[in-house]
Design a binder for this molecule. Structure first.
Ligand code: NDP
Length: 288
């Protein structure tokens, strides 16, 4: 069997182009650009790279970026004050506070302070609740990107057996909620799961979001399944996913590579969520 290699990079580029066109139409109509505020506390090198690429993507999509780089010693009170200012700023449609935050700041206190209607990362419990109950809100960017790739690959997902490995609030849980919404039969596996190989072998769709290099072996995968590998693990061999790509590729109908699979979708979906927020706030229709 020869697997399709799902080209997340190309799909993300297409999505960013569509978002860019709609952002231009939004600006022509409202006289202002959609605005995304990104807050970075401290100088963690990986976070700094993420913030820079989010800034570039924002500009490329014809949106206005507001970058706030604060020193690592910033107090929780000062960070909350900044979030309050951004919540009240009419030019800001989306607010993203780059995680992780320095240890002296309570991440939950910051995330819950963001106006849920500007929470384009979709991490606020109100948005998690909206997703779980089928209301419009913001869906975290990485699982949203995974869903777009799955829909593109498979079309209708209803009735499919899906296994999500990982139950984090930012990937695993929202991914499972999205797949339930698509009428899949969903199993969520995690570190306490007995017989992970057997659970995965049932699946038509496998989403791996674990953070353990090449945990999921090729022979665990049901022939013909579609595999989405969220993992980004730095190893001596470079970046690898949570799935043993070389072992899995002959078992699957389609699989995302690492890098070049899910990764580029995350920023594209952040642009999409920011556009959606701007359109909702101005009562403009959108289709991205
Ligand atoms: P977390 O560490 O928050 O969650 C990992 C999950 O995997 C947990 O639910 C954990 O179970 C489970 N797990 C750990 N070990 C095993 C195991 N041996 N067997 C089964 N389950 C296991 O990670 P994230 O969800 O934040 O990220 C997951 C991966 O995705 C990482 O590699 C991360 O770098 C990547 N990532 C990629 C993004 C992208 O843009 N492409 C964005 C976000 C993340 P338990 O709950 O029991 O501890």
């Amino acid at each position: 069997m020869t697997a399709d290699i799902i080209d997340g990079k190309a799909f993300a580029l297409g999505l960013r182009e569509r978002v860019g066109k709609q952002a231009a139409a939004f600006t022509a109509r409202t006289g202002r650009q959609p605005g995304l505020a990104v807050v970075l506390v401290g100088d963690d090198p990986a976070s700094s790279v993420y913030v820079r690429s989010k800034g570039k993507a924002t500009a490329a999509a014809g949106m206005q970026g507001f970058e706030h780089r604060l020193p690592a010693a910033t107090s929780q009170a000062d960070l909350i004050a900044l979030v309050d200012t951004l919540n009240a700023d009419p030019a800001v449609d989306g607010i993203l506070v780059q995680l992780p935050l320095p240890g002296h700041i309570d991440e939950r206190a910051i995330i819950t302070r963001i106006d849920p209607d500007k929470d384009v990362d979709g991490f606020h419990p109100v948005n998690a609740g909206r997703l779980a109950t089928g209301l419009d809100g913001f869906v975290p960017c990485t699982p949203l990107g995974c869903l777009m790739l799955l829909r593109h690959q498979l079309g209708d997902l209803s009735g499919k057996e899906a296994v999500v490995v990982g139950r984090s609030n930012i990937v695993g849980k929202p991914m499972a909620a999205l797949l339930v919404k698509e009428s899949c039969t969903v199993t969520v596996a995690h570190s306490r799961t007995h017989d992970l190989a057997g659970v995965i072998h049932r699946a038509d769709i496998v989403v791996a979001a674990v953070g353990v290099p090449r945990l999921v072996k090729g022979e665990w995968i049901k022939p013909g399944a579609v595999v989405i590998d969220v993992g980004i693990n730095r190893t001596e061999d470079g970046l690898v996913g949570d799935v043993d790509f070389d072992g899995a590729v002959s078992h699957t109908a389609a699989i995302t590579p690492v890098p070049g699979g899910v990764g580029p979708m995350t920023i594209a979906c952040l642009m999409r969520n920011t556009l959606v927020s701007a359109c909702r706030r101005e009562g403009v229709a959108y289709d991205a």
